[in-house]
Design a protein. Structure first.
Length: 275
């Protein structure tokens, strides 16, 4: 006999935890999840890029949207898209005169490389700084202060947007690839369902193991019935009113029903001659 402790909690409500690194926007996939699985809450967990894989291994999230590479055979990863690399510069910088910047143009510039740099440089461009900033946000603050430039994925340039800074696409440099990653040994039905969403599977796809349960649609014609209800009630009341008037006046052919007509007939007839 199985004890209560050994049985899975059948009534436990499932939930899905999705981690994401700065700059990545999971909104469109979250909306699809909420439409397909309204009974399964999706919780977003923002995590610094260097800590994303550690969070997955520790069980802090079921899956994560992070930047490649993903180290270790224990984590699966599906590449999703590649970001454009840009160089962030002050608005009055000479490089703003062009639409795209060849990497050679950075040769004489001080280029900052933060410790959390998501780009894999074989030979970093520009002149190196004496000290590397701790984060991309710190590097962009230094650019705003007039201390060098920084190359980042476009999403991070937008995330740390400032009015006194702008950016231009940088040519012939490494690019950041965003991927969906999860622990290989924990490929649950919920993880498989989210994989289906990011891969563009439809709600009717048979490949997903978690059945989609969309929110019940509102009954058709409910609004029309609500609007027509007063009319129907008025019609019924009007029908009853006619019956009531008929009762008061009496049905046709009866004394009550001809009372009005009889009076009119007496007025139209010839006056009776007195004897």
């Amino acid at each position: 006999m199985t004890s209560t402790e050994d049985r899975p909690a059948a009534d436990a409500s499932p939930s899905f935890r999705l981690a994401f690194v700065p700059g990545v926007t999971p909104g469109k996939w979250v909306r699809i999840w909420q439409e397909r699985f309204p009974a399964v809450p999706l919780t977003l967990v923002q995590v610094p890029a260097p800590e994303a894989t550690a969070l997955l291994r520790a069980g802090g999230a079921d899956a994560a949207l992070l930047r490649m590479p993903v180290d270790g055979d224990d984590l699966s990863a599906i590449p999703l898209y590649t970001e454009t690399t840009v160089v962030v510069v002050p608005r009055d910088h000479l490089l703003t005169a062009v639409d795209e910047v060849p990497v050679e143009e950075l040769a004489g510039e001080l280029v900052l490389h933060p410790l959390d740099d998501p780009l894999e440089w074989e030979h970093p461009p520009g002149l190196p700084a004496i000290e590397r900033p701790a984060t991309t946000a710190d590097a962009i603050e230094l650019v705003a202060a007039g201390v060098g430039l920084v190359a980042v994925p476009q999403s991070l340039a937008r995330l740390h947007h400032r009015r006194d800074l702008t950016f231009r696409p940088l040519l012939d440099v490494p690019a950041s690839r965003v991927a969906l990653s999860w622990p290989e040994e924990h490929t649950t039905d919920l993880v498989d369902a989210f994989i289906g969403i990011v891969r563009g599977r439809t709600a009717n796809s048979t490949r997903g193991r978690l059945a989609a349960t969309p929110a019940p649609a509102k009954p058709k014609g409910k609004g029309a019935d609500a609007k027509s209800a007063p009319r129907k009630a008025a019609a019924k009341s009007g029908s009853g009113g006619k019956g009531a008037r008929g009762t008061t006046g009496g049905p046709k052919g009866t004394k009550g029903g001809k009372a009005s007509g009889g009076a009119k007939g007496a007025k139209r007839g010839k006056p009776r001659r007195r004897s």
